[in-house]
Write a protein that binds this ligand. Sequence first.
Ligand code: NDP
Length: 319
Amino acid sequence: MDYERQPYRRCGRSGLLLPAVSLGLWHNFGGGKPLDSQRTILHKALDLGITHFDIADRYGPPLGAAESTFGRIFPRSLRDEVVVTTKGSNPMWDGPYGMGNSRKHLLATLDRSLERLGLDFVDIFYLHRDDPGTPLEEQMATLDHMVRTGRVLYVGVSNFSPERTAQAARLLRELGTPLLVHQPSYSLLNRGIEDSLLGVLEEQGVGCVVYSPLAQGLLTDRYLDGIPADSRAAEGRFLTADRVTPEVLTFVRSLSALAEARGQTVAQLSLAWALRDPRITSVLVGASSPEQLEANVAAVDNLGFTHEELAAIERAAKE
Ligand code: NDP
């Protein structure tokens, strides 16, 4: 592990440091991919000082496969050098206890995750989304229970509204288990968290680990000459070809010109841009190859922006 390769940033007002660029296992770690290529990506991540791996019970396909893959390929001797996360909430099995944020579902899905991962505890457990049908008190008491029973070190929420995040943070504080982190979507193509969520997180001392900072690959050079057969948009499950619009391509071309002047690719500029705000703890990237991951971590070589560069990015976004 090269601990000099990238900076580690404090997660909110906690003791936990996370790498500026972290790896997510939503794609590329399911059952259909060769284990060797998955191992190569994971080892590349470790070489690059990526100490933070984001997983969820559902990631695959099939459901649970990314956790099983991680469990098979992660070198156990490094357990104390990494932060492993998982999440629960989304549908995992049939019946009323197979999904949602009831205590009944969450404790069961966490135990199944730990078994697949081959771990005694995860470092961070997230509620993958809010569940308006379950009282927030029950949701937060369950997170607190997970920590007190030793299955989880820190807790987080994902895709929660600013209002519910503030309530969740207050409830958890009363229980004595602080809310470590929120995980929202954030990129140059999706800036909703700037309106109020980031303010709430700062006020509450909660970190912010953002997902899809490359808008699933749209904010790269991947689609500038059409849709490659091995791309996520060609696969069409979560990123559909109709999202590769002429407007997006025009924006990416404008960004490419600005990136070039900074000695970066458009992907590197996009990641550095998300990290320009100190409230953002880490960007969670996906990677279908070790080369993509290496290129993405190199974003940290130029994290500073001039006022002129930021203004040019704003102009390109409005065109
Ligand atoms: P990104 O926006 O980083 O998209 C990753 C994809 O972009 C890659 O799979 C690859 O696509 C393409 N790509 C990445 N780097 C490059 C590059 N340098 N050049 C060209 N193309 C590149 O993030 P994800 O959408 O994958 O999300 C990251 C993580 O965030 C997930 O793994 C998951 O852990 C988390 N997440 C959490 C969610 C939540 O609800 N909490 C929801 C979604 C994600 P290709 O396959 O085409 O090569």
